[in-house]
Write a protein that binds this ligand. Structure first.
Ligand SMILES: [Zn+2]
Length: 275
């Protein structure tokens, strides 16, 4: 499932490849992918003739700025992929939206599980994203703000708060576990029990883990649900210390990694070096 580093990699590549590209054709073939608009023609009409001027990101959402001022919002969710291809590239199953550019290339949205979506929004700050907290990479809350967010979520586990998009946007199952390992904090602990020095370590780990993962172009797991716009896998999975490594040795202390399920999420941690 794509999280901040994967979405940031897609954003970076879309900026390099599609800024200045003019959309000349739009096909939307799955109603769930455009569910906020519903009608394929109502989705397509405002996009035809538009040119991308920038690609931004807020948490796990991609924001494609168009020259008329509207924003194309893309949410990959569970299994969505954005591919930039030549028009004659072979058609992949589960391609639900295709934007054809004037130069013959295509923006293809592929999504086997159809949880992802695309919609157009007016203005640079879509109201649909107003409930989302500050981006974990671009505008991480201060240590004081983070301490108060942890303190007010009395019974919630550290990982649950880290993955709450209303508190900080962009972290999910993979990076929530990896951040807790770097911070030497158990993800299962009550968030309110963290001492200020531990919250400080969590905050530093958010930045260091996300930065390393962005540089490695994200994580691709065995399910191959994340690939970049060229269809290539990321590289950060080789650096995972705990995520999906139950019973394997901790790279820091050698103890076997444990796995549990907390509030519906799988959680991985080292019982030797995380307190
Ligand atoms: Zn360890």
């Amino acid at each position: 499932v794509p999280e901040l580093p994967e979405v940031e990699t897609v954003r970076h590549d879309l900026s390099a490849l599609t800024i200045g590209a003019r959309i000349v054709s739009v096909q939307a073939s799955h109603p769930r992918t455009i569910r906020r608009v519903g009608d394929p023609e109502r989705f397509a009409a405002p996009l035809r003739g538009e040119t991308f001027t920038a690609w931004r990101r807020h948490g796990k959402y991609l924001l494609g700025d168009l020259d008329a001022g509207q924003v194309l919002v893309v949410h990959l969710r569970m299994s969505g992929q954005v591919l930039i291809t030549d028009a004659n590239a072979s058609h992949l199953a589960h391609t639900h939206v295709v934007l054809g550019f004037e130069d013959g290339r295509e923006f293809r949205f592929v999504d086997p599980r159809t949880f992802g979506e695309l919609f157009l929004s007016d203005g640079p700050s879509p109201a649909e994203l107003a409930h989302i907290g500050p981006d974990a990479y671009l505008s991480l809350p201060s240590a004081t703000e983070l301490r108060s967010a942890f303190a007010t979520r009395r019974n919630a586990a550290v990982k649950t708060v880290l993955c709450d998009q209303g508190v900080i946007a962009g972290i999910g199952n993979i990076y929530g576990d990896e951040i807790c390992h770097v911070a030497r904090v158990r993800p299962t602990r009550a968030a309110a029990s963290l001492r200020p020095v531990e919250v400080g370590r969590v905050r530093e780990a958010i930045t260091s883990v996300l930065t390393a993962a962005v540089h490695a172009r994200g994580s691709s797991l065995a399910d191959a649900q994340y690939v970049d716009v060229h269809g290539n896998a990321g590289g950060f999975q080789a650096h995972h210390a705990v995520y999906a490594r139950a019973n394997l040795p901790c790279p820091r202390c050698g103890r076997a990694i444990r796995r549990a399920v907390v509030a519906g999420r799988s959680v991985h941690w080292c019982p030797g070096c995380q307190r």
